[in-house]
Design a protein around this ligand. Structure first.
Ligand SMILES: [Zn+2]
Length: 341
C-alpha cells in the first residue's frame, strides 16, 4: 500500500476526439500503476464533481455561465483548443473536484496525487491551451475558504509557462529583491558557453507561484509568476535540475507555504511533440525526487497534478507520469518506515 492517496476517476477522460492531447493517459497511468504493483486498488480515491460555487472561487460568473449554457463564442472555443461539449465541461469540473480532494489528502498524508488535472492555462474569464478550468487554483481557494490552509506555493515544471496560475495569483506588481545568485554561478560552471536561462521575480500575495518553462514556446504572453525561470531551448537534465534547485531554494527563502502544488508536466521530455527541452525519462524522475525531497525535508504537504505530456509514444508519457508516483513512494515511503521504526 502507498503511504499516500491517488485520486482518479474514469470520468477524467476528455472527450476531444483525435487530438495531440492523449485523453486516455489518465486511465493508462492508473492501469500501469496497478499492473506493475506500484499501487493497489485501495490506494485510489474517487473524486466528487466540484460544485459551481467552488469553480466560482476562481472563475468569473459570465465565463461559468457560458460554459454551462454552451454559449462560448467561436473565438473563445478556438482559444481553448479543445472542442466544446457538455461532457467536456463535466470532465473539467470533475478534475477540479479531484484536485480539491487531492489537496485535502495531502494535508493528511503529506503527499497526494490527482491522476489528472494541472490545467494551468485556464484564466478566470477564459480557457486556453487545452485548459477550461484551473483545477489547482480552485483547490487552493477552496482549502483557504475552509481555513485548512492560509498560503500555498505552486511549482510548475510543465514545459509551458503557467500563465493562468500567474494571472490568478498575481501579487503586487513591484520588482522583488534581486534573486540570490549562488546557484547561478554553479549554473555558469555547468554551461560556460551557449544559451543561459533567466530567472525573474515578482512579489507574491497569499500564493507564491514558480514556473520553470521553455522561453521560446507557448504562451507568447507570459504574465509574471512570483518566480519565472525562462529556460533556453534544448537544455538537458543537469542544467534543468540546477535551475529547479535554485528556484525552489529561492522561493522557500522568501515564502513559507502551507501547501505545495507540484505541476508535474511530462512535456519537458526530449521526445515531446510540443516541447523543446531535452530532458530524459531518468532526468524527469530526478526532477520529481528533488521536489519531493525538498517538500519532505521542510514538512510541507505536497499535492501533485499531471498537466501536459505529448511524447511521440504515449507509452513514454505514461511512464514519466507513473515514475512521479514511484518517486513519491520512494521519498515518502522511506519517511513512513523511519517513523514506524
Ligand atoms: Zn505543457
Amino acid at each position: 500500500m502507498l503511504p499516500f492517496k491517488l485520486v482518479y476517476s474514469d470520468g477524467y477522460y476528455l472527450p476531444i476526439g483525435r487530438h495531440v492531447f492523449p485523453a486516455e493517459k489518465y486511465r493508462r497511468i492508473r492501469d500501469r500503476l496497478l499492473t506493475t504493483g506500484v499501487a493497489e486498488a485501495n490506494d485510489f480515491l474517487e473524486p466528487k464533481i466540484a460544485s459551481d460555487q467552488d469553480i466560482l472561487l476562481v472563475h468569473k460568473p459570465e465565463y461559468v455561465h457560458k460554459l454551462k449554457s454552451g454559449t462560448l463564442s467561436p473565438r473563445e472555443e478556438m482559444e481553448m483548443e479543445v472542442p466544446y461539449s457538455r461532457d467536456l465541461v463535466d470532465a473539467f469540473w470533475l478534475a477540479a473536484g479531484g484536485s480539491i480532494l487531492a489537496a485535502r489528502q495531502a494535508l493528511v498524508y503529506r503527499a497526494a496525487f490527482n491522476i489528472g488535472g494541472g490545467f494551468h492555462h485556464a484564466f478566470p474569464d477564459h480557457g486556453e491551451g487545452f485548459c477550461m478550468i484551473h483545477d489547482i487554483a480552485v483547490a487552493i481557494r477552496r482549502l483557504q475558504r475552509d481555513d485548512k490552509i492560509r498560503t500555498a506555493m505552486t511549482i510548475d515544471c510543465d514545459v509551458h509557462q503557467g500563465n493562468g496560475t500567474a494571472a490568478i495569483f498575481a501579487g503586487t506588481r513591484t520588482a522583488s529583491e534581486p534573486l540570490p545568485s549562488v546557484s547561478a554561478s554553479t549554473l555558469k560552471r555547468l554551461r560556460p558557453a551557449g544559451p543561459v536561462g533567466k530567472m525573474r521575480g515578482t512579489q507574491a500575495g497569499d500564493v507564491f507561484t514558480i514556473s520553470l518553462h521553455q522561453h521560446n514556446n507557448y504562451p507568447m504572453w507570459k504574465p509574471p509568476s512570483s518566480i519565472d525561470v525562462d529556460l533556453p531551448d534544448g537544455i538537458g537534465d543537469d542544467d534543468y535540475l540546477a535551475w529547479l534547485d535554485n528556484a525552489l531554494s529561492s522561493g522557500l527563502r522568501q515564502f513559507d507555504p502551507d501547501l505545495l502544488c507540484y505541476i508535474a508536466g511530462a512535456d519537458p521530455y526530449c521526445e515531446d511533440q510540443l516541447g523543446g527541452l531535452s530532458l530524459t525519462i531518468d532526468g524527469l524522475m530526478k526532477r520529481d525526487e528533488l521536489v519531493f525531497r525538498v517538500a519532505r525535508a521542510r514538512d510541507i504537504p505536497v499535492m501533485v497534478t499531471f498537466a501536459g505530456g505529448y511524447a511521440q509514444k504515449v507509452e513514454d508519457t505514461v511512464t514519466i507520469h507513473t515514475n512521479t508516483v514511484i518517486a513519491a513512494k520512494e521519498v515518502f515511503g522511506g519517511s513512513a518506515q523511519k517513523m514506524a521504526g
